[in-house]
Ligand binder design. Structure first.
Ligand code: SF4
Length: 395
């Protein structure tokens, strides 16, 4: 299984497969051809990239990646392609026509047709079951294969994620889309301070933190892919709550964050973390498994109980469609991040109180397989194209 460094990136929102992925693809094309004169560059977007490029900020990302190079951008919604997030780049290189086909596979990662995309595996296992056989605690396993510097890598990203929440909680105004949606995380946070009921207060604080990240994402700010931009509110919400409101030490938070990331890496390596590939279950479901695993580890639950929490978190999002209204990562995305933060906290509580009562009948590896199969069977109209479902609802 690949490194956590290929799961977690920091880059422009609001959709890692539509912003960070295309940015990295264009940079890859320019880097590989940096010693040649390129002219007549044509970039064509297909599938989900074509359908949602406006709301998902793809044009802007490509513009930033291409710097001052001249290029033409084409949107092709008609051609059949083998991957729902396909991007082709054609150019004249020293008077020879070259063409590359790329696929943005989710969370900012990409592959290039015909290239050796296999790369180096960091871990000698690819499933939770295989990892479970190792004696060590999960964080020690991560450190063993990634090296000690993984801690600083995780710390940098969780601090960036917390900074996004704190900045966004100071923001009031409207999100920059024609949906004219008011940013509410700040108001919700202020309101939550005065709630007397401890349970309600916790749920509304979690929601305000998730909204804060998702609203920053909708403003096209830089975001950590936890594991995607669209679902980036969930993990930082539960960990910021643990840090800020429950006063867990930062070092423990960082380790819990990386343990959650490893659990999510099983999903990315065996299924998908992309709405275009498998619907929102692959984004919000994966983020929830990530967040719940982090909470379980932070609260010193065993490996089995961490897996139970990750499984429960994904299981109840199976079949969740991706149908963002008008192609903007706002409705249902922002609210869904809030709901998923609460769901992740509840899944941790299930792991704490229900897991010891009977042996689970569904394991984490199996739910990943179920998510993959469900995602592949979902119609493409309900996978990040804004052609059906909620996307057709006009507010
Ligand atoms: S519906 Fe889910 S997967 Fe689709 S854009 Fe929104 S958060 Fe991402």
């Amino acid at each position: 299984m690949r490194s956590l460094k290929e799961l977690l990136y920091y880059g422009p929102g609001p959709s890692s497969s539509h912003t960070i992925g295309p940015y990295r693809i264009c940079s890859d094309f320019l880097d590989r051809n940096s010693s040649f004169d390129l002219s007549d560059i044509e970039i064509t977007l297909y599938g989900s990239l074509a359908y949602t490029c406006l709301g998902h900020g793809t044009r802007k990302s490509i513009e930033e990646a291409m710097k001052n190079k001249e290029y033409k951008l084409f949107i092709d919604k008609e051609s059949k392609v083998i991957h729902p997030n396909t991007l082709r780049i054609k150019a004249h290189r020293n008077n020879i026509i070259i063409e590359d086909e790329y696929y943005s596979i989710g969370g900012g990662s990409f592959i290039r047709k015909g290239a050796d995309n296999k790369g180096e595996d960091t871990y000698p296992f690819n499933t939770f079951k295989a990892m479970e056989k190792e004696d060590d605690d999960i964080y020690k396993i991560i450190e063993k294969y990634e090296g000690e510097d993984i801690f600083d890598f995780g710390k940098d990203l969780i601090l960036k994620s917390f900074k996004t929440i704190e900045n966004s909680l100071n923001y009031s105004g409207y999100l920059p889309s024609k949906l004219h949606l008011k940013a509410v995380s700040r108001d919700l946070y202020l309101k939550a301070q005065n709630i007397n009921d401890e349970c309600q207060k916790r749920l509304m604080l979690l929601s305000s933190y998730a909204y804060a990240t998702s609203e920053a994402n909708a403003r096209y700010e830089n975001i950590v892919t936890n594991p995607t931009c669209g679902a980036a509110g969930v993990v930082p919400s539960v960990l910021y709550y643990s840090y800020k409101d429950e006063h867990y030490p930062l070092d423990e938070i960082v380790k819990a964050y990386l343990v959650g990331a490893l659990m999510c890496n099983f999903i990315k390596n065996n299924a998908y973390v992309s709405g275009a590939m498998a619907g929102c279950q692959a984004e919000i479901g994966s983020a929830s498994s990530f967040a719940t695993s982090s909470l379980c580890y932070l609260h010193s639950l065993s490996k089995k109980r961490i897996a139970y929490g990750a499984e429960v978190s994904m299981e109840h999002f199976l079949g969740l469609t991706c149908d963002p209204v008008d192609g903007y990562v706002e409705i249902p995305c922002i609210e869904r991040n809030g709901i998923a933060a609460i769901h992740s906290y509840s899944s941790y509580l299930y792991s704490l109180y229900i897991a010891p009562l009977r042996e689970p009948r569904v394991n984490f590896d199996a739910v990943i397989e179920a998510m993959k199969e469900t995602g592949e069977k979902l119609p493409q109209e309900l996978k990040e194209t804004s052609l059906a479902g909620l996307a057709k609802v006009i507010c």
